[in-house]
Every structure is written in C-alpha cells, then in structure tokens.
Design a protein around this ligand. Structure first.
Ligand SMILES: Cc1cc2nc3c(=O)[nH]c(=O)nc-3n(C[C@H](O)[C@H](O)[C@H](O)COP(=O)(O)O)c2cc1C
Length: 332
C-alpha cells in the first residue's frame, strides 16, 4: 500500500505515543518485523519553528526506521506550514497532523482534538501544509470531541478535499480519553467514505485483533498500547495474515528487548558530560514508563514495576529485568 508516493511494506504500524515511541523503541520494534510505518511522538509546531532543542529531539529518527512519519501539533495554518517545511527538510517521509490529543494543555491552544471542533480551521491547516511541502500530509483524528460531536466522517472528507494523503481514526472521542472502547464501526464508515487510505487505531492488544480489523475495510492499523505490551505484535500480525505460524516470544526475548532498549537509550541524547550525569536517571525513567505497559498480563508484573521504581543505577535496572524474566515469572 502507499501513502502518496511512499510505499509501506506492511499495513501495520506503531501509533504515535508521546513519551513512549522514541527512536530507540521504534528501532527495536522495527527490527522484529511486520512494521510498515513508524510515527514519532507528537512534536510542537511552535517549538520546531523556534528551533527549540527539546522539540527537535522528539523529531529525531534514524535511517533504519524509514518510512518515518513525524507528527506535529498546532492550530495556526502558517506555523503548521512552516513546521511541515522543517519536517520535510529533516528528511521525513510523511508529516502527520495531530487532531486527536485531548490533553487540555494542547487542546486549549486550538490544536490536537480541538481542531475537530473547528473544521474550517482544520481544513485551513491542511491546505496550507499541502501547499508548502511535497511530502504527504496525513491526519490522525478521533471519533470527535464528545458523543454529541462525532464528526470524524465529515472532517475526514473535508481534509481529504484539502489535500490530505491519508487519515487515521482512533475510534474514541476526546471526552472518552482512553475509557470505554474504540468504535471500529465508525472507523469502517470513514474508510468507506474516503478514497485516500484510512487507518484505524484502538484496542488491538492481540495479533488477531490487528488482522481482524483489516477486514473492516481499513488500509492499515496503527497499534499503540498493544506494542508497548508486546513489541512483537506487528510481526505476529504479519505472520497471521501471511498464513505462517505465529512466532512465539520467550521470557528471554522479553528480557533481551528491555536490555537492548536500555543500551540504545544510553546512546541517545548524550551531548556532553553534564548531560551524561542525569542521563542514567532519564534511562531509568524511560524503563519505568515502558514497564507499566510491558508487564501487563504477566503474573507478578507488579513486582518488576515496584523493583524498577526503586532502582537507582543502571546495573540495578539490568539486574531487575534479568531476574524478573529469567527467574521469577511465567506468562499468563
Ligand atoms: C501514552 C500514550 C501517548 C499517546 N500519544 C499520542 C500522540 O502523541 N499522538 C497521537 O496522535 N496519539 C497519541 N496517542 C494515541 C495513540 O496513538 C492511539 O491512537 C490510542 O492509544 C489508541 O490505540 P491503542 O488502543 O492501540 O493504544 C497516545 C496514546 C498513549 C497511550
């Protein structure tokens, strides 16, 4: 399948997740196979335009992640167009617009999901961006703002007319945040109404879910929390859809994934010795965040979470991971 001129080897992708889908994590998932597209954590258009270091770090990627989509947020058409040009200049394959974030800090600035409440503004943003860059501009939205404003189908048509090359719908409203369940009937309705590719997102935590959703007429599926729980889920979905036996994941594999993640993170963002001092702490915090998902479905998963919450060094962190997976636990 293709988004604009960008070919994807697999219709399964890692959903953007702020704080979680950094370049190290994306690389590891990609290396396990089945992943056709990765999307960065959301990046502020304002921060990009102003050249803020922190913002630029969120947009970092490596060649092995291609095709790569950088997701930006903002509500000002001119600034979003300028940010899209920066993203294009950084060599990204796709620029994605966040129209789904329900967090007030983002939404109150006319960005994220609040753009769904102002369809004309959303269209102006997409029109300005598609005029400014040659790479495909895509949109990720929710079902709508709340139950009385479920306008994904209408807005998706509007952004398609404004030049968007693909749309992803997470079938929850902003008011739902992450409660309840994603409405895949709505996702299917959007897919039915558009001629550009439509991706669905929400609640795929088993490879079977990912493959089953493809039967609803979407061109692809973005998996979020399911990848954090099981980074092999996209590879397993690819196995399933190709009729191959689904690969098994051992406790050793799960331990190795975390150890590899620690190693990759150690080499990220270290520019000088002063940064390096706080860097170990940053790596430990990243592992804490991932393990709150990664240990779900494991007997005694809370033991690892508690242990990681109390470690103070990388050696303790590695030891906690090794002990947990290689001595302590059996998958449910
Ligand atoms: C921790 C976290 C961070 C997220 N950050 C983003 C983001 O930066 N941009 C975005 O479009 N969606 C974001 N999402 C939404 C996901 O991309 C996805 O659409 C949603 O979680 C539903 O899919 P899932 O059930 O597979 O997780 C985030 C979700 C989570 C759980």
């Amino acid at each position: 399948m293709k988004i604009g001129a960008v070919a994807l080897q697999s219709p399964f992708a890692i959903a953007p997740m702020a704080g979680m889908t950094d370049t190290a994590f994306r690389r590891l998932v990609k290396r396990h196979g089945g992943c056709g597209l990765v999307v960065t954590e959301m990046v502020s258009s304002e921060g990009l335009v102003r050249g803020i270091d922190r913002t630029l770090e969120y947009a970092e990627y490596t060649e092995e992640e291609r095709p790569i989509s950088i997701q930006i947020f903002g509500g000002d058409p001119e600034k979003m167009a300028a940010a899209a040009q920066i993203v294009e200049g950084m060599g990204a394959d796709i620029v994605d617009v966040n129209m789904g974030c329900p967090v007030p800090k983002i939404a109150k600035h006319n960005a994220g999901c609040s753009l769904m409440r102002e369809p004309e503004q959303a269209v102006a943003v997409i029109a300005a961006m598609t005029k400014a860059v040659k790479i495909p501009v895509t949109v990720k939205m929710r079902a709508g703002w709340n139950d009385s404003e479920r306008n994904a189908t209408r807005l998706a048509r509007m952004v398609e007319d404004a030049g968007a090359a693909a749309v992803t719908v997470h079938g929850r409203t902003a008011a739902q945040s992450y409660s309840g369940s994603a409405d895949w009937n709505l996702v299917a309705e959007v897919a039915d109404c558009l001629s550009i590719p439509v991706f669905g997102s929400g609640d795929c935590v088993e490879p079977e879910h990912v493959v089953d959703r493809m039967g609803l007429g979407v061109e692809g599926v973005l998996v979020g929390r399911g990848v954090l729980r099981n980074p092999w889920i996209l590879a397993q979905a690819a196995d399933l859809s190709a009729g191959r036996p689904v690969r098994t994941v051992t406790a050793e594999d799960r331990a190795q994934f975390l150890l590899d993640y620690i190693d990759l993170l150690l080499h990220e963002r270290v520019r000088d010795d002063a940064v390096a001092v706080g860097h170990d702490k940053w790596v430990i915090n990243k592992l804490r965040a991932l393990c709150s998902y990664y240990t779900k479905g494991f007997d005694n998963g809370s033991h690892l979470r508690l242990k990681i919450n109390s470690v103070v060094s990388l050696s303790e962190l590695r030891e906690a991971v090794t002990e947990f997976f290689l001595a302590d636990v059996s998958p449910v």
